[in-house]
Write a protein that binds this ligand. Structure first.
Ligand code: SF4
Ligand code: SF4
Length: 132
C-alpha cells in the first residue's frame, strides 16, 4: 500500500519560507523573538528616556550638548548590536532576511505539512477584515 503523505503547508496564512509562524504552537513566543530587534528596541527606549530627562535642564546650551551626546551614544550602541545569523534583506539594509514581524524565522518550527491549524491565507484576511 502506498505511503500517505501530508499536503504542503504552503498557502497557509502561517507559512513563511518553510516555517510556521502560528505562535500558539510555540512553547514560549518570547524565545522566538528576533534578538537584534529586541536589543535595538531596548537601546531605543533607554535613549528616549534619557532625552526626556534632558528636557529638565534649565540651560538651552546644556540641553543641546546633552542631546547630541545621547544621540551619539545611541548610534554607537545600536551599531554595536549584532547577530551571527544576520542576513541583510536588501543590500546593506539593517533589516534581517530572517525577520518576520518581531520574530526570527530561524527560531520558529518548520512546517511539517498541512496540519489541524492550517488556515488559508485568504480566509485569515477575510476574518481580519470582518473584525475591523
Ligand atoms: S537571524 Fe535575523 S531575525 Fe534572527 S535573531 Fe538574528 S537578526 Fe534577528
Ligand atoms: S500548515 Fe500547520 S504547521 Fe504548517 S504553517 Fe500552517 S499552521 Fe503551521
Amino acid at each position: 500500500m502506498g505511503e500517505v503523505q501530508r499536503l504542503s503547508g504552503e498557502g497557509c496564512a502561517f507559512f513563511q519560507r518553510g516555517r510556521c509562524t502560528g505562535t500558539k504552537g510555540i512553547k514560549s513566543p518570547a524565545d522566538a523573538k528576533c534578538t537584534l530587534l529586541d536589543a535595538r528596541r531596548k537601546v531605543g527606549a533607554r535613549t528616549l528616556d534619557r532625552l526626556e530627562r534632558i528636557k529638565r535642564l534649565a540651560n538651552a546650551k546644556d540641553r543641546e550638548v546633552a542631546r547630541r551626546h545621547v544621540i551619539q551614544k545611541n548610534l554607537e550602541a545600536i551599531s554595536g548590536i549584532t547577530c551571527p545569523n544576520f542576513v541583510p534583506s536588501s543590500g546593506a539594509g539593517s533589516i534581517c532576511w530572517h525577520q518576520h514581524l518581531v520574530y526570527c524565522l530561524l527560531k520558529l518550527p518548520e512546517c511539517q505539512g498541512r496540519c489541524i491549524k492550517y488556515i488559508r491565507s485568504a480566509a485569515l484576511s477575510h476574518s481580519a477584515q470582518r473584525s475591523v
